[in-house]
Design a protein around this ligand. Structure first.
Ligand SMILES: CC(C)(COP(=O)(O)OP(=O)(O)OC[C@H]1O[C@@H](n2cnc3c(N)ncnc32)[C@H](O)[C@@H]1OP(=O)(O)O)[C@@H](O)C(=O)NCCC(=O)NCCS
Length: 247
C-alpha cells in the first residue's frame, strides 16, 4: 500500500493567475491525469522527463513543473508552479492537488459544451445558427460560473473563412456580463482552433467586442461597408494561432 498522500490524489487543478482560467485533471491510472474537458490532453509521468504534458499529435513537450524537484515527485506532481508552452505562447499556472479552492479559482470554468447544456444556452442565446450541430462537432465551448451554471458560450467554424477558423458566435448571459466570461471563452477558442489565423467579425458599433478583440491582441483586418441590415459596416479581425495549429 502506498503511504504517500500524493499517491491517492484523484484530481489536480491548474489555475492561471493571469485570468483565473482553471483546468481540472482526473487520475485515470497511476501515471496519468486526463484533462476533464479534453481527455486526450493528459498530464503523465514520462520515463525520462517525469511529470509533464505533451501534444498528443506531435509529441512535443507542452507543459512541465517549473522546479525539477516537482517532476519526479511520487504519486503525482508536487503542488507548485507549472509552465506551459504552445508555439510562441507560454503561460504560468499554479498546480494544486484536489478540486480548486472555492471562490476565485472556480469563478470561471471552460469546457466543451454538451447536449445537456443546450437548454441553458437557449435561455439567453441572442443568435441564429445551429448550437446542437456545433455541440455535436465539438466546436462550442461553455463558460460555467461559480455555481456551475452556464454563463456563456462561444462557437467557431473550423474552416469558416478562407480556410481559416472563424469565431462565429459569442454570447454571455446578461446577468453574468463584465465578469470575464467572454474573455475566458475567447482565450479558450484561441487555444482550441486549428489554423494560421482565427478570424471573426463584428458590427462597427459593437464596442464591447472591439475592446475584447483589442485586449486579446486581435487586429482589425478589413471591413464590409454597409453590409448589415441597419446599414452598419462589418469589421473583420484576426489573431495568429499557435504554431501547433498551423495548417
Ligand atoms: C460582448 C459580450 C460577449 C461580452 O461578454 P462579457 O463576459 O461581459 O465580457 P468580459 O467580462 O470578458 O469583458 C471584457 C472586457 O470587454 C469590454 N466590455 C465588455 N462588455 C462591455 C460593454 N457592455 N461596454 C463596454 N465595454 C465592454 C470591457 O473592456 C471588459 O473589461 P472590464 O469589464 O474589465 O471593463 C456580451 O456583452 C454579450 O454576450 N453581448 C451580447 C452578444 C454579443 O454582442 N456578442 C458579440 C457578437 S459580435
Amino acid at each position: 500500500m502506498p503511504t504517500d498522500p500524493a499517491a491517492f490524489t484523484a484530481c489536480l487543478t491548474l489555475r492561471r493567475p493571469l485570468d483565473g482560467l482553471v483546468y481540472r485533471f482526473r487520475r485515470v491510472d497511476p501515471d496519468t491525469f486526463a484533462r476533464e474537458d479534453r481527455p486526450e490532453l493528459s498530464l503523465r509521468r514520462h520515463p525520462m522527463l517525469g511529470w509533464s504534458m505533451h501534444d498528443p499529435l506531435s509529441g512535443e513537450l507542452t507543459g512541465r513543473p517549473w522546479d525539477d524537484a516537482q517532476r519526479h515527485a511520487p504519486g503525482a506532481p508536487a503542488p507548485g508552479v507549472w509552465v506551459s508552452r504552445l508555439g510562441a505562447k507560454s503561460h504560468v499556472y499554479e498546480l494544486t492537488h484536489g478540486e480548486p479552492p472555492a471562490g476565485e479559482a472556480e469563478r470561471i470554468r471552460i469546457r466543451l459544451a454538451q447536449p445537456g447544456d443546450l437548454a441553458a444556452i437557449a435561455a439567453f442565446d441572442a443568435f441564429n445558427g445551429d448550437r446542437a450541430a456545433e455541440v455535436a462537432a465539438a466546436t462550442c465551448l461553455v463558460a460555467l460560473d461559480g455555481t456551475g451554471q452556464v454563463a456563456g458560450y462561444a462557437s467557431w467554424t473550423p474552416r469558416g473563412l478562407l480556410g481559416q477558423p472563424f469565431l462565429a458566435y459569442l454570447c454571455v448571459r446578461p446577468e453574468a456580463r463584465r465578469q470575464g466570461h467572454a474573455t475566458s471563452l475567447l482565450q479558450a477558442v484561441q487555444q482550441q482552433a486549428r489554423g494560421r489565423w482565427l478570424l471573426s467579425s463584428t458590427e462597427d458599433w459593437c464596442a464591447p467586442m472591439q475592446t475584447l478583440f483589442q485586449r486579446l491582441g486581435w487586429a482589425r483586418c478589413g471591413a464590409l461597408l454597409g453590409i448589415n441590415r441597419d446599414g452598419s459596416a462589418e469589421w473583420f479581425y484576426r489573431v495568429a494561432l499557435a504554431a501547433r495549429g498551423r495548417g
